[in-house]
Write a protein that binds this ligand. Structure first.
Ligand code: ZN
Ligand code: ZN
Length: 286
């Protein structure tokens, strides 16, 4: 399995010279399974470049879209995703955990003729929406088994675990507050069990300790909380993700240094990285 980051920023795009190394596009990760199946995790602004890449490659196979939730930074790239304007594209929109059969999905909200000039039915590509299965029932996408989980986030968010047939596994957890002030959908212990032993965990690490308590309840985690989760879940590689829009490249370099220091002293095996646009991680079988 291989994961490539096209957008790593949280909340809002942050273009400009101070963010050029880690990137300013919002949430979007491409995953290629061992059988070549393509999954797209989130449809933030990074999705535009991913679309260009897929068009260059001439990919005609179905594209599987897993959206964590419908906050703007996770869906706004959708109208600018080139493949949706081609009749030979099939996009499979997989269910979120919090939707009901009547839930209005991101696509309809964006392609309503007002937020974007086109309406859904005017798009030449084909959109397939598999029926939601029971929340705790895994389902198949290509060579992988996919499991979802409810996360702690205002309005809800969906976490995914992707277990490929070759033994590699990826867990995608954004946006998620590991220690929310009120009621929670999932505890850190339960989440560590969900992510246990995975080859790559991508987790929202928007805040630093000093951002709390002001930003408690906003639906995101601190770098330290995420490191602790990765350690207890025994993940092989941790990618810190969903960077705060106020964090420039220098600030993310500091986070990378401190996280690496934590990792070498408390974890040992594996690695922690600060996700950056264009970064590709090979996920070995574990
Ligand atoms: Zn977000
Ligand atoms: Zn959100």
């Amino acid at each position: 399995m291989r994961a490539t980051f096209y957008g790593v920023r949280g909340s809002v795009p942050t273009p400009g010279p101070a963010t050029v190394r880690y990137g300013g596009n919002t949430s979007c990760v491409e995953v290629r399974l061992s059988d070549g199946t393509i999954l797209i995790l989130d449809a933030g602004t990074g999705m535009r470049q991913l679309g260009q890449r897929l068009l260059e490659e001439g990919i005609a196979a179905p594209l599987h879209l897993l959206i964590t939730h419908v906050h703007w930074d996770h869906i706004i790239g959708m109208p600018f995703f080139g493949p949706i304007y081609r009749a030979d594209t099939t996009l499979v929109l997989h269910p979120l955990v919090m939707e009901t059969p009547t839930h209005v999905l991101a696509h309809d909200e964006i392609f309503d003729g007002q937020h974007f000039p086109l309406r859904m039915h005017q798009l030449p590509s084909k959109l397939v929406r598999p029926q939601p299965s029971a929340e705790d029932v895994p389902w198949r996408i290509g060579s992988a088994k996919v499991t979802r989980v409810r996360l702690n986030h205002p309005g809800g968010s969906t976490g995914f675990r992707i277990d490929d047939a070759d033994g590699s596994s990826l867990v995608f957890l954004t946006d998620n507050e590991l220690q929310p002030p009120g009621a929670r959908q999932i505890s850190t212990v339960e989440l560590a069990r969900f992510a246990h032993g995975c080859g790559l965990m991508v987790h929202d690490a928007q805040y630093l300790d000093e951002d709390l308590p002001l930003k408690q309840g906003w639906g995101h985690s601190t770098v330290f909380q995420v490191l602790e989760l990765a350690r207890s879940a025994e993940v092989r590689t941790l990618a810190l993700y969903h960077h705060d829009p106020d964090r420039d490249d220098a600030a993310l370099d500091t986070i990378a240094l401190n996280a690496a220091s934590y990792w070498s002293s408390r974890v040992g095996a594996g690695q922690v990285v600060v996700a950056s646009e264009g970064l590709t991680l090979e996920v070995p079988p574990s």
